[in-house]
Design a protein around this ligand. Structure first.
Ligand code: ISE
Length: 340
């Protein structure tokens, strides 16, 4: 039986999920595309062969001919629409962040706990990226000794058009908050945040540099530079006691001419993480079909943890102080292994 999927939000990521569902997920049907703009919904629906278009997200989630939902609408709609999906009893793949407000994440968690199962798979797709997975596997096999530090660099060509305020901390950095926590199997105890005073730091998109201390005593540094100009570039290095592992991006060619050698950068994150998105969406389909939550996937608890770290990061940036990070008690539902 095919799984009928609704895409809510037909912007850059909604369109990409629509393409993946239509072209790369045998067993899934792109049932309906919903967007506040009917033209945008129609364009994506026509391009990927969706059966219908709508503009009301909650009504779309409730439809009898929709089995599961992908939420790719603006950040402040993620938690309310996830709650609507939980209420409708439908699994949901929600783009990150779950919310920019950790308390709102707790509402989603309470709703899942009340129903005794997970519904929300959160779109921290880097957990599925082969380079991060390899890095984690190398760390977990013990040959590097204990992890000491993880360096992370996250650069966009230019600040995305929808960014305001400190979305470098609340929208971009949650990828690193989550993936470093996932790779190192730890939580954080404190964050410090810096900005280079050589640039105008009042402008959205000014670089941000963070240092996180983990519960295990490791250091994780994160550079977010959303105006890097030259290309989309995500780098990382895990430093262990006996060696280090660098992330490689999928680059298929290197060009040589005029006494130079060079590689092409993607203009945005989609080519760099294409395989991660595909594997993530495939895992979501499996979750919908089997009811078993994929072990590597992020859930609402992981979304809460990232939001808490982002909140502490905003405070650290505003005050210039090192800010301690504390978490609520993790409900039993979110202890691994991840059953529904
Ligand atoms: C953007 O907001 C995203 O969500 C992408 O996943 C990320 O890679 C990009 O750098 C962000 O700006």
């Amino acid at each position: 039986m095919t799984v009928r999927i609704a895409i809510v939000g037909a912007g850059i990521m909604g369109a990409d999920h629509a393409r993946i569902v239509a072209e790369e997920l045998p067993g899934a049907t792109l049932q309906v595309v919903c967007d506040a703009s009917p033209e945008r919904a129609r364009t994506v629906a026509q391009e990927h062969g969706a059966g219908d278009v709508t503009t009301d997200p909650v009504a779309t989630i409730k439809r009898g001919d929709v089995d599961a939902v992908v939420i790719a609408s603006p950040d402040d709609t993620h938690a309310p629409l996830s709650l609507a999906a939980i209420e409708a009893g439908k699994p949901v793949l929600c783009e990150k962040p779950l919310s920019q407000d950790a308390n709102e994440c707790l509402h989603v968690i309470e709703a899942e706990v009340a129903r005794g199962r997970r519904f929300v798979q959160l779109g921290f797709m880097r957990r599925f990226d082969p380079s991060y997975r390899d890095l984690k596997a190398i760390l977990d096999d013990g040959s590097l000794g204990r992890a000491i530090m993880m360096h992370n660099f996250h650069r966009n060509v230019e600040v995305p058009a929808n960014f305001t305020g400190q979305m470098a901390v609340t929208n971009s950095a949650p990828h690193e908050f989550d993936v470093a926590r996932f790779v190192l199997s730890t939580d954080y105890k404190a964050i410090s945040v810096f900005q280079p005073s050589v640039v105008d730091t009042t402008k959205t998109g000014a670089p941000v540099f963070m240092v996180l201390e983990t519960d295990k005593g490791q250091l994780v540094n994160i550079e977010i530079n959303n105006n890097a100009a030259y290309g989309y570039d995500v780098r990382g290095e895990l430093v262990g006691e006996k060696g280090s592992v660098l992330l490689n991006a999928p680059v298929y060619t290197r060009r040589n001419d005029q006494l130079m050698a060079y590689e092409r950068y993607a203009p945005d994150w989609r080519p760099r993480f294409a395989e991660a998105y595909r594997l993530q969406d495939k895992a979501f389909l499996e979750f919908v079909r089997s009811g078993v939550f994929t072990t590597v996937a992020a859930d609402a608890w992981d979304g809460y943890c990232a939001a808490r770290v982002a909140e502490a990061g905003i405070e650290a940036l505003a005050t210039g102080a090192r800010v301690g990070i504390t978490m609520d008690a993790r409900p039993d539902l979110y202890r691994r292994p991840k059953l529904p």
